[in-house]
Design a binder for this molecule. Structure first.
Ligand SMILES: C[S@@+](CC[C@H](N)C(=O)[O-])C[C@H]1O[C@@H](n2cnc3c(N)ncnc32)[C@H](O)[C@@H]1O
Ligand code: SF4
Ligand code: SF4
Length: 329
C-alpha cells in the first residue's frame, strides 16, 4: 500500500470512523453460470444498473464519505462498455482501483482499461477443465490465462483468486504452479455458503483444514500466495475472528442499493440514487449494526477477514504486511 493511501485510510478509520473501501457490483450481467455463485441469475436485471452518470455521482459521494479504495466486481465487470470511463474517473479523484473478473474478455479489453487499474484479480478455481465445467463456460480458463499474459505487459499487480470447494481440493498444486509460472500472486478463500444454492459444494471441516495446511506449506516455500498466515490459520486451525467488515467496506449493488453483508443478511441502507453514504456511515443505526455483528463468523472471504484483522491493527498481520514484498495494492 502506498504511504499516501495508508494516510487516507487512517484518516477515514480514526477521524471519520467510516468504511474506506467500496465494493461495487458494477453490473448484474454475467457471461457464466457458476456452481459456486448465483449472481448470474440476476443477469436479466441489468436494465436497472446504474448509468455512467449515476456511477460518477456515486463516486463523488463515496469520496466525500472518505472512501479510498474502489473495487469493481459484479456480475462480470468487463461486460460494461463504460468501464474505462468509470475507472479513469475514480483514478482522477484519487482512488486506488481494483477489478475482479472471470477473465473471459480480458485479452481484448485489457489495453483500454489497464492504465486505470492498480490491482487486477482474475478468478481461476482449477488449472484444468474443471474450471470451465463448474463455471459452465467453455474456454474460460484458457481465455483468462491469455488475458493475464496480455496484462503482464502492463505495470498492474495481478492476482489469481481461487475459491476452495469440495470439487477442487486436489487442484491446489496445479493452481500454485500456474501462479508461479505466470509470475502473478494467488489468493485462496473457502467458498461462502449461499443458502439453497451451493451448500452441496461445501467441503467438510477436515477437508478445509487439510487444504489450508497445504496452502500454508506452499506459502512457506515461497510460492506466491498472498493471503496472510493469520488468515490461512483461521481455517487450518479453526480459529474464530471478530468481524469488523461493515466498518471497513460497503457494497453498492448494480442497481445502486447500498448494503452490508451481501450473501448472509444483505442489510440494505439505502440507494445511491437518493442516499448519501456519509449520512449512512454517521448514522446511529449504522454504528449499532457494526457493533452487533462483531461476533458473526459467517463469511470466509479474505476481504472480510483480512480487513477485520487489519482494522484492529493486529500486530502479526501488520508485521507480515510491512515485510511482505508481495503486497496486494
Ligand atoms: C462474484 S465474483 C464477480 C466478478 C467476476 N464475475 C468473477 O467471477 O471474478 C467476485 C469473486 O467472488 C468469487 N466467488 C464467487 N462465488 C463465491 C462464493 N460462494 N464464495 C466466495 N467467493 C465467491 C469469485 O470467484 C470471484 O473471485
Ligand atoms: S462468480 Fe463471477 S462469473 Fe461466476 S456467476 Fe458469480 S459473478 Fe458470474
Ligand atoms: S462475517 Fe457476518 S457480519 Fe461479517 S461481513 Fe460476514 S455476514 Fe457480515
Amino acid at each position: 500500500m502506498k504511504l499516501i493511501d495508508l494516510l487516507k485510510v487512517l484518516k477515514t478509520r480514526f477521524i471519520l470512523n467510516s468504511p474506506y473501501q467500496l465494493l461495487h457490483l458494477i453490473t448484474s450481467k454475467c457471461n457464466c453460470k457458476c456452481d459456486i455463485c448465483n449472481l448470474w441469475k440476476r443477469s436479466s436485471e441489468y436494465k436497472n444498473d446504474l448509468t455512467t452518470k449515476e456511477i460518477i455521482e456515486m463516486l463523488n459521494d463515496a469520496k466525500k464519505a472518505g472512501i479510498v479504495f474502489y473495487s469493481v466486481l459484479g456480475g462480470e465487470p468487463l461486460l460494461r462498455d463504460d468501464l474505462k470511463v468509470i475507472l479513469k474517473y475514480a483514478k482522477e479523484i484519487g482512488m486506488t482501483t481494483a477489478v475482479v473478473t472471470n477473465g473471459y474478455n480480458l485479452k481484448e479489453k485489457c489495453r483500454e482499461i489497464y492504465p486505470f487499474i492498480d490491482l487486477l484479480v482474475v478468478s481461476i478455481d482449477s488449472n484444468d477443465d474443471l474450471h470451465d465445467e463448474m463455471r459452465r463456460c467453455k474456454g474460460l480458463r484458457e481465455k483468462a490465462i491469455e488475458g493475464i499474459k496480455e496484462c503482464k505487459k502492463s505495470k498492474m499487480k495481478i492476482t489469481i483468486n481461487s475459491i476452495i470447494n469440495n470439487r477442487n481440493l486436489s487442484k491446489i498444486d496445479g493452481l500454485v504452479n500456474l501462479a508461479r509460472e505466470l509470475k502473478v500472486n494467488i489468493s485462496f478463500q473457502p467458498m461462502d455458503n449461499i443458502r439453497g444454492y451451493n451448500e452441496h459444494l461445501q467441503p467438510s471441516y477436515g477437508e478445509l483444514q487439510a487444504a489450508f495446511k497445504k496452502i500454508i506449506e506452499y506459502k512457506k516455500k515461497d510460492f506466491p500466495v498472498i493471503n496472510s498466515f493469520e488468515y490461512l490459520k483461521i481455517f487450518s486451525e479453526r480459529k474464530k475472528y471478530t468481524c469488523y467488515a461493515p466498518r471497513c467496506f460497503i457494497n453498492v449493488e448494480a442497481n445502486g442499493d447500498i448494503s452490508s453483508c451481501l450473501h448472509v443478511y444483505n442489510k440494505k441502507w439505502g440507494n445511491t440514487r437518493s442516499s448519501s453514504m456519509k449520512d449512512i456511515f454517521q448514522s446511529k443505526e449504522y454504528r449499532i449494526y457494526c457493533k452487533n455483528v462483531k461476533n458473526c463468523n459467517e463469511c470466509n472471504v479474505a476481504c472480510v477477514i483480512e480487513s477485520s484483522l487489519l482494522y484492529v491493527l493486529n500486530p502479526k498481520i501488520l508485521i507480515e504486511k510491512a515485510f511482505s514484498y508481495r503486497s496486494t495494492i
